[in-house]
Design a protein around this ligand. Structure first.
Ligand SMILES: [Zn+2]
Length: 132
């Protein structure tokens, strides 16, 4: 089990090792590329490995007593579970994506941790009214 890392520590580590792609042009294009690789990893789990599949149709909204239970009748359209190999690949690609997200924060003077905390507070304060 790995030690937990806070986001500021992660951003500091990214800053330390962000050497080759330190230009904002490289960072934004790598952020986009790594995002595509996240999607590609999921696509490969479906079309090449086959451990999971997509079965999509129009969402059917059911009557619920509260919005807290609305998720019980809404589908993700994802069937099956990722196998350990696909899960590892997807997690790795998400990690690379987070690297460049933290890098973008670093070079623009933003704090990834502060952004996450503020977004979390906004969600908790506004609840369902914050949904876009
Ligand atoms: Zn798989």
């Amino acid at each position: 089990m790995h030690e937990s890392t806070d986001f500021q520590q992660f951003q500091n580590t990214v800053n330390k090792y962000l050497i080759r792609h330190r230009s904002i042009i490289d960072i934004t294009s790598k952020l986009q590329e790594t995002n595509a690789k996240v999607n590609r990893a999921l696509a490969k789990a479906i079309t090449q490995c086959g451990c999971t599949s997509i079965k999509a149709s129009k969402q059917r909204y059911c009557e619920v007593k509260s919005l807290d239970s609305a998720h019980t009748c809404l589908k993700t359209h994802l069937e099956g579970e990722l196998c350990p190999d696909c899960k590892e690949i997807l997690a790795s690609e998400i990690g690379h994506n987070l690297f460049y997200l933290a890098a973008l924060c670093q070079v623009t003077g933003l704090s990834l941790e502060q952004i996450i905390n503020e977004e979390n507070n906004r969600l908790q304060t506004l609840g369902y009214f914050s949904m876009t």
